[in-house]
Write a protein that binds this ligand. Structure first.
Ligand code: GDP
Length: 406
């Protein structure tokens, strides 16, 4: 698989907004259970919750890999407490993009504000999911205004809800102008695509125009078409949306109810459409411990290996080390140099971690996230390299915090 199709993402939210539920649903819709519950013609439904509970989905894993179409999504656990700057820096360094979850009832809460600011600080591109659209008092428009007022963000709504509160049954995709119906309640994974309901056509036309106008700020050809009253194709709107999202200038917003299995498939699609592959994020800088020279590390599988250990845990008496590979290719059985400590380490086993199994790998390339069994002296934050090419990855260049004067 090419590194182009990887997305290393974290989910950030205020406690209770639905991070756990969204993560579980992402693993369900994109995990191995996908094959079992494959939907044909939008009809087949399976009662998956009890099965999943028996299997015990591990959403607390440090990094869990899943598939969505051609995409490999590595879901990275982000620290619950954002006070520990070093922890935040590590997780922000490892993920390339994030899904920010808000509750449609509670809106922007204090913790969503602080994690948002951290992500701002590290320039992490984000898409937003306004969850709990099924609850009494859900108001996505209010949440959008709060994002503007409290976060100083520019949210871009990509969907309109179909039905309110308990009757929330789907969304209208403003880009494709079709209705997406999540009509199987708690039971299934069916999503039906339907033409717009007649009564919505006018409103959707207006909203799409508003979206076009917003994107015209980032794209001159869209601006020209907008001013001339020409329709801009979905593909062009997506491209503009993608580049503005990658630059953290706007934040696409989707709607749903994770608990009721509504809105997860479009969210997964949006992860692929609008969040960056490892290839599209700024290169890291490393320092050669032998001559103190600095080197940039781009996402190239043919370059020397540079991998960051971002979590070390004990696994039945052996160390399980999670690695983000920034460049090169990591191979099973290889002897590596821990450049941070000047010690050799051997890759005893190499895994991709799934929600309820480990997949043995023979190799993994730049951009990916894997776990290694068998390291002895590696700690969180260390860099692993090919023995002949030592380099210590350094912190992200973080702008100085703004000091406010009272
Ligand atoms: P976390 O603290 O952010 O991980 O939030 P959880 O995923 O644990 O959700 C907090 C509570 O909200 C739980 O009781 C969930 O069942 C509930 N919840 C999550 N998503 C939804 C939703 O879409 N609708 C409703 N009504 N409840 C939800």
């Amino acid at each position: 698989m090419s590194h182009e199709s990887i997305r290393n993402i974290g989910i950030i939210s205020h406690i209770d907004a639905g991070k756990t539920t969204v993560s579980e649903r992402i693993l369900f819709y994109s995990g191995e259970t996908h094959k079992m519950g494959e939907v044909h013609n939008g009809q087949a439904v399976m009662d998956w919750m009890p099965q999943e509970q028996e299997r015990g989905i591990t959403i607390t894993a440090t990094a869990t890999s899943c598939r969505w179409g051609d995409l490999r999504i590595n879901l990275i656990d982000t620290p619950g407490h954002i006070d520990f700057t070093i922890e935040v820096e590590r997780s922000m360094r490892v993920l390339d993009g994030a899904v920010a979850i808000f509750s449609a009832v509670e809106g922007v809460q204090p913790q969503s504000e602080s994690v948002w600011r951290q992500a701002d600080r590290y320039a992490v591109p984000r898409i937003c999911f306004i969850n709990k659209m099924d609850r009494v008092g859900a108001d996505h428009a209010r949440t959008l205004s709060q994002m503007e007022e409290r976060l100083g963000a520019r949210p871009i709504l990509l969907q309109l809800p179909l039905g309110d509160e308990a009757d929330f049954s789907g969304v209208i995709d403003l880009l494709t102008e079709e209705a997406l119906l999540f009509d199987r309640g708690d039971l299934g994974k069916t999503m039906l695509r339907r033409p717009l309901p007649l009564e919505c056509v006018e409103r959707v036309g207006e909203e799409r125009l508003r979206l076009t106008e917003a994107l015209a700020d980032f794209d001159d050809s869209i601006l020209a078409d907008f001013l001339e009253g020409r329709r801009v194709s979905t593909e062009r709107l997506r491209l503009a949306l993608r580049s503005a999202t990658l630059a953290c200038r706007i934040f696409p917003v989707l709607l749903g109810s994770a608990l009721r299995n509504k809105g997860i498939q479009p969210l997964l699609d949006a992860v692929g459409l609008y969040l960056p592959s490892p290839h599209e994020v700024p290169a890291l800088v490393g320092r050669n411990p032998r001559d103190e020279r600095h080197e940039t590390v781009g996402c190239d599988p043919a370059a020397p290996l540079r991998a960051l250990a971002f979590k070390v845990m004990c696994d039945e008496g052996r160390m399980l080390t999670y690695l983000r590979i920034y460049s090169g290719t990591l191979r099973f059985g290889a002897t590596l140099l821990n450049a941070s400590r000047g010690v050799s380490e051997r890759v005893g086993r190499l895994f991709r971690m799934h929600s309820h199994r480990r997949e043995d790998l023979t190799e993994a390339a730049a951009g990916d996230i894997v776990a290694v069994l068998g390291f002895r002296e590696t700690f969180t934050g260390d860099t692993l390299c090919d023995a002949g090419h030592p380099l210590v990855l350094e912190g992200l260049t973080v702008p100085e915090p703004v000091v406010s004067v009272a």
